[in-house]
Design a protein around this ligand. Structure first.
Ligand SMILES: Nc1ncnc2c1ncn2[C@@H]1O[C@H](COP(=O)(O)OP(=O)(O)O)[C@@H](O)[C@H]1O
Ligand SMILES: [Mg+2]
Length: 347
């Protein structure tokens, strides 16, 4: 047999159901079909045509997808594939059976339950772990890739019903900076989770992500985001100027040691903030494990399955072939839609 150089095969994605419809695009659960009946469940994010048609955005989005393609870590949603079809583009990624942290917080609120402090710190420690890996990622020659997430917020943190915590949307924020709305304005992220340097339109580095992580932690512990104002401008102002509260006064179960960790993540002076996600990870893990046994994926899994009792049950045939509005760009086949590999231009 001659040396194997390239394998070109046929595969296609069959859309099963819509998971989420957001500003930038729609996330679907899909089946990736291979040879001889091989099937794998994946998630597909299709970027809206009006965005995918903006060349600056598309170039940047594709660039970021290339950058994060090799991020392979248990606390990061893995990217499998990026491609274009008929003017739209999509990312295929690992499918997480679970909810995002925003949905998790909403359900907690409705159920009247409180998230135990240890579980809150555990969730955030997993995010710090994923970030430590991504921030340190280098290319084949050992040169740092300089990856910064830039959009850490509860919607980009997924919790699987098994208790795994995964960060998604890596690098998308930067590409989003190249997006313009109909009025030609930039489409910005969520100001109430921005670092002060982001809110001030300065250049950001990985320490910016740590500030945002601090905001998420404070929200998990106090059930409120102190930086959220009545509108985007007010939120931005609060990120820039609001005196950082003593969190122990907002929630008595926050002990001084944990408040200290929060204060260090929320330092506006960059030289006083945690410098790396590793340092933050160490402090968070020390906090939950120094007494001995602490929270695990299993503990979190049990907690989330109780909270989402119905949703976390395995379904025999989850909405197979349900109606999914995708627009004319996807060919419809027998009630479900298919993105044919042959029509996609791989980038
Ligand atoms: N890989 C995935 N598996 C399962 N659900 C996902 C996945 N990716 C995204 N989602 C769901 O879609 C929501 C929005 O996804 P995201 O990619 O952050 O879109 P955007 O930020 O552009 O609105 C997430 O909060 C989550 O609920
Ligand atoms: Mg997102």
């Amino acid at each position: 047999m001659p040396a194997l150089r390239t394998i070109t095969g046929e595969f296609r994605y069959e859309i099963i159901r819509q998971i989420y419809e957001g500003g930038m695009g729609v996330v679907y659960e899909a089946l990736q079909h291979g040879g001889r009946g091989f099937r794998k469940r994946v998630a597909i994010k299709v970027i809206r045509e009006r965005f995918a048609s903006q060349p600056d955005f598309l170039a940047n989005f594709a660039g970021e997808a290339r950058l994060v393609a090799d991020l392979i870590h248990t606390n990061i949603v893995q990217t499998y594939h990026f491609s274009e079809f008929d003017g739209a583009c999509f990312i295929c990624m690992e499918l997480i059976r679970g909810v995002n942290l925003e949905q998790f917080l909403q359900r907690l609120h409705l159920s009247g339950r409180k998230l135990p402090v240890e579980l809150a710190v555990f969730i955030v420690s997993r995010i710090a772990r994923g970030l430590a890996y991504a921030h340190a990622k280098t290319d084949g020659t050992g040169t740092p890739l300089g990856i910064v997430h830039r959009d850490i917020n509860p919607k980009n943190i997924l919790i699987a019903f098994e208790g795994d915590v995964k960060l998604t949307d890596f690098g998308v924020a930067k590409a989003r900076g190249f997006l313009t709305s109909k009025e030609g304005e930039e489409v910005a992220g969520k100001p109430e989770y921005m670092s002060p340097e982001q809110a001030d339109f300065q250049v950001t580095d990985r320490r910016s992500d740590l500030f945002s992580v601090g905001i998420v932690l404070s929200q998990l512990l106090t059930s409120q985001n102190v930086f959220r104002g009545p509108n985007a401008d007010e939120s931005r102002q609060r990120v820039l100027c609001l005196p950082i509260p003593d969190f122990g006064r907002l929630a008595p179960e926050i002990e001084p040691k944990l408040n200290q960790i929060l204060q260090r993540t929320l330092e506006r002076d960059l030289s006083r903030r945690y410098q790396t996600a590793d340092e933050l990870l160490y402090d968070l893990e020390f906090f939950i494990y120094h007494r001995g046994y602490g929270p695990t994926n299993e503990t979190l899994g049990r907690f989330i399955r109780e909270l989402f009792r119905e949703e976390s049950q395995p379904k025999a045939n989850p909405n197979r072939g349900g109606t999914v509005k995708l627009g004319r760009k996807l060919r419809s086949e027998g009630g479900s839609q298919v993105i044919p590999k042959s029509k996609s231009k791989s980038t």
